[in-house]
Design a protein around this ligand. Structure first.
Ligand code: 2IT
Length: 448
């Protein structure tokens, strides 16, 4: 291993040994970008790596709120402003009980490199709270969002830091957050948050973008193999926004998503999640706040496997859409045994380090990482910011066309960088190297 990489990695490990997700994501990336380090002696001279793997700024705040029974609760809120080399901080807010400094730092780190290749001027950020939206009433959600925003509003803004949704934060939460931001600042600053509703500055296709983007990226991988989605079976995890978009676009292109999952287990639908009724049911299931996928099996009379993960199902394509580390080495072994041909990450860091290594090193499986394939959501967020600054709104087909071009460009940049560094068709390394070089160039140009 390169001496400089080793030093940076060891120093992080000493300082942040308890932040496992953050270390896992940074260490995997350091391994990927190593071949590009000898390109420019300034990377080391300016200690660029340290400044690229640690957040420029981060803060935590308390979020007190009162439930419907009048009982007070105190949650912990976070915002990580990771990197501003190429634009204002940009990234989602996650409301989930497992949110902590390690999770928001790993998300902010991945977001920085995900955003870099969209071709739009956005830096990287992430944040959220250890609030559990499960089973909460609408009024409780609103009060929580209002309290959260009173703590965050003075540190964000269209040219500073632009939050959006993530797990547990959808259009309803963005509405309450935006409404509170507007009251606190007295300004209709639509570019301060993305994922807004269509009646007050949101972009068409934003809701679909995460899943559509992943399938557009996958379509380029299939094309490279002179193959198509027609007749392919896909295993998907989760049943949120990302999964919903993947099901819709995959079925439009002739593929069939046969699994969905939740914390309770997974469902297997041999006919595919492929009708409007099923798409709508996913949204209703999500809105119920129950976080159980069994409801799908009850509704459509398909099998439900309690406590199991969908990776045991033999399919052509695997697309993890749920959350970090949802796929471990045993899952990877069954994916290999099932002769899966494409492994495309939609969620952030869905595989453990060993599981990903195993999948990448299996020559019959083509792999793509979430910093490339999972960037459709933030790409359309950036297009939402463009439309807000124009005080204009593009048509669905216009936004969709731009999203498809962006995903295609990310694919090309990843494949080209892999090729240039003699890494063959390693899209994950290619994507990390291309994004690294873009941010490094911007940071060097702007001085220390
Ligand atoms: O992981 C992601 O890209 C997001 N949660 C969306 C971030 C954004 O700013 O739209």
């Amino acid at each position: 291993m390169n001496e400089y990489v080793k030093r940076v990695s060891q120093s992080l490990e000493q300082k942040y040994h308890h932040e496992t997700e953050y270390l896992q994501s940074v260490q995997a990336w350091l391994e990927m970008i190593e071949p590009a380090l000898c390109d420019d002696s300034r990377y080391e001279k300016l200690d660029l790596l340290t400044r690229m793997v640690e957040p420029e700024r981060m803060f935590t705040f308390l979020v007190p709120w009162v439930d419907d029974q009048g009982i007070a609760h105190t949650c912990h809120g976070y915002r990580v402003q990771f990197n501003s080399a190429i634009g204002p901080y940009k990234g989602g807010l996650r409301f989930h009980p497992n949110v902590n400094t390690s999770v928001v730092k790993f998300l902010g780190f991945e977001q920085t490199y995900k955003n870099a290749l969209t071709g739009l001027p956005i830096g990287g950020a992430s944040g959220g709270a250890d609030f559990d939206p499960r089973g909460k009433s609408n009024r409780e959600i609103m009060r929580f969002c209002q309290s959260f925003m009173t703590a965050l509003y003075r540190y964000m803004g269209a040219d500073t830091d632009v939050p959006a949704g993530d797990i547990g934060v959808g259009s309803r939460e963005i509405g309450y957050l935006y409404g509170t931001y507007k009251r606190l600042t007295g300004r209709s600053e639509s570019g301060a948050l993305t994922g807004k509703g269509l009646t007050y500055g949101g972009s068409k296709i934003r809701q679909e973008a995460a899943g559509f983007g992943t399938v557009y990226f996958l379509a380029r991988m299939l094309e490279h193999q002179k193959d198509t989605l027609e007749g392919k079976c896909i295993a998907v995890s989760g049943f949120g926004n990302m999964s919903w978009g993947v099901c819709r676009k995959a079925s439009e292109l002739g593929g069939k998503v046969v699994t969905l999952s939740g914390p309770d287990g997974y469902i297997y639908d041999p006919d595919g999640v492929a009708t409007q009724e099923k798409f709508d049911f996913l949204l209703a299931m999500r809105q119920s706040g129950d976080d159980r996928v069994e409801a799908y099996a009850d509704r459509f009379g398909v099998e439900f496997y309690a406590g199991k993960k969908p990776w045991e199902v033999p399919v052509d394509i695997v697309i993890p859409c749920a959350t970090q580390n949802e796929l471990d080495v045993e899952d990877a072994i069954s994916i290999v045994a099932n002769k899966v041909r494409y492994y495309v990450e939609a969620a952030n860091m869905p595989a453990t380090a060993t599981a990903l290594k195993l999948l990448r090193l299996t020559p019959t499986i083509l792999t793509a990482g979430s910093k490339a394939a999972g960037s459709g959501g933030v790409a359309v967020s950036a297009l939402e910011m463009v439309q807000n600054s124009l005080r204009y709104s593009w048509s669905r087909s216009e936004v969709d066309r731009r999203l498809r071009c962006i995903m295609s460009d990310i694919y090309d940049a990843s494949a080209a960088a892999a090729e240039a560094y003699g890494l063959g068709y390693d899209l994950i390394a290619g994507n990390d190297i291309a994004a690294f070089k873009k941010i490094a160039t911007a940071m060097i140009a702007q001085g220390l």
